[in-house]
Design a binder for this molecule. Structure first.
Ligand code: NAP
Ligand code: ZN
Ligand code: ZN
Length: 346
């Protein structure tokens, strides 16, 4: 065991505070990573505030992790000391179920082991990336290509894969019209990735405040959802809508924007149920779907895709003592477009 610096939530209502946590000894197939940067995902905030249900405190969150390998177990073959690596939203899975055997550990039927706030194999609660080191089974550690900037790479491990996976699955590409709802951490990555895949991308944001950014990220159109005329103008238009919004929306309004056989996929995770009128689905034989992060193989594919296409998240680097302010800014959508913690300040 080693004791390392971290930032933890003491309860659902108090600010995060500096602390120390224990990391397990490096097992035969484990990799010890010195974390350099950790992104702040809206899911971190949902989790520590208990939005998705009660958790055990104190809790360290963070699942957009990049760093360097500093030690490997004797049976490790995929990573070596000095490698640039990443860890995303999961650190293990059962490896035996139908979905794991199909290479889709993110959909493990026994539940994948989340990077934080999950019960680990040893019965402890996993602690996330707002810390200086983490020990992870080599199978859940990604290679970060040299072409990807270290600090800017962190958000790819959640915001990148969570948007890449549905875009790839529903064939975003040339001739496809894709809408991205909400342009925050996930949304801005969805715009960049869908554009790089060759799709025609439209941003649906509450206002036009971020229009110049959206067009610079590769969108060809940008509409304000605060304006009712948007929903008239865009009826029956899209093949795919990716909803990244962290709060409830009137889904029916958005479903009506799908053309024949179009799909709206929800990656945003508000705790409240979202009502759907089935008639919004009947017309144009529309589908409503969900998607959860991506597999390890797909995450590696996404990192390589981003390196090849020169795609990087837009980040604002912060010190650990700015985490609580950053949370407030994420909650008020005052983020351009992802906060990344410099773990040297922990
Ligand atoms: P974020 O940076 O806060 O972005 C969310 C965006 O949603 C905002 O930028 C804003 O876009 C829009 N929005 C926020 N509040 C809204 C409201 N009340 N009404 C309408 N629009 C609103 O959050 P994020 O880190 O991208 O995460 C987004 C959601 O995805 C969270 O719920 C998170 O937990 C979830 N998530 C899911 C997965 C998965 O595997 N499915 C993975 C990661 C995250 P505009 O300002 O452009 O309107
Ligand atoms: Zn996340
Ligand atoms: Zn499984």
């Amino acid at each position: 065991m080693r004791t390392v610096n971290a930032y933890a939530a003491p309860s659902a209502t108090e600010p995060l505070v500096p602390t120390t946590i224990e990391r397990r000894d490096v097992g035969p197939k484990d990799v010890l990573i010195a974390i350099r940067y950790a992104g702040i995902c809206h899911s971190d905030i949902h989790t520590v505030r208990g939005d998705w249900g009660p958790i055990t405190y104190p809790q360290v969150v963070g699942h957009e992790i990049v760093g360097e390998v500093v030690e490997v177990g004797p049976a490790v073959t995929k990573h070596a000391v000095g490698d640039r690596v990443g860890v995303g939203c999961m650190v293990n899975s059962c490896r035996e179920c139908e979905n794991c055997r199909a290479g889709m550990e993110n959909y493990c039927l026994k539940g994948n082991t989340g990077t934080y706030a999950a019960v680990d194999r040893d019965g402890t609660i996993t602690q996330g990336g707002y810390s200086t080191h983490v020990v992870v089974d080599e199978d859940f550690v990604l290679r970060v290509p040299a072409a990807i900037d270290y600090a800017a790479g962190a958000p790819l491990l959640c915001a990148g894969i969570t948007t890449y996976s549905p875009l790839a699955h529903w064939n975003a590409g040339p001739g496809k019209r894709v809408a991205v709802v909400g342009m925050g951490g996930l949304g801005h990555m969805a715009v960049k990735i869908a554009a790089a895949m060759g799709a025609e991308v439209t941003v649906l944001s509450r206002t036009l405040a971020k229009k110049d950014d959206g067009l610079a990220f590769g969108a060809t159109d940008y509409y304000a959802t605060d304006d009712a005329a948007t929903f008239e103008a865009l009826k029956n238009r899209f093949d795919l809508i990716v909803n990244t919004v962290s709060a409830p929306l009137d889904l029916n309004q958005y479903l009506r924007l799908l053309r024949l056989d179009g799909t709206m996929v929800n990656v945003g995770a508000p705790p409240e149920p979202l009502p759907i009128q089935v008639f919004s689905l009947f017309n144009n034989r529309r589908s409503f779907a969900g998607s959860s992060i991506g597999s390890i193989a797909e995450t590696q594919e996404m990192l390589d895709f981003c390196a090849e296409h020169g795609i990087a998240p837009e980040t604002e680097l912060i010190a650990a003592d700015q985490i609580n302010d950053a949370y407030e800014r994420v909650l008020s959508s005052d983020v351009r477009y992802r906060f990344v913690i410099d773990t040297a300040t922990l």
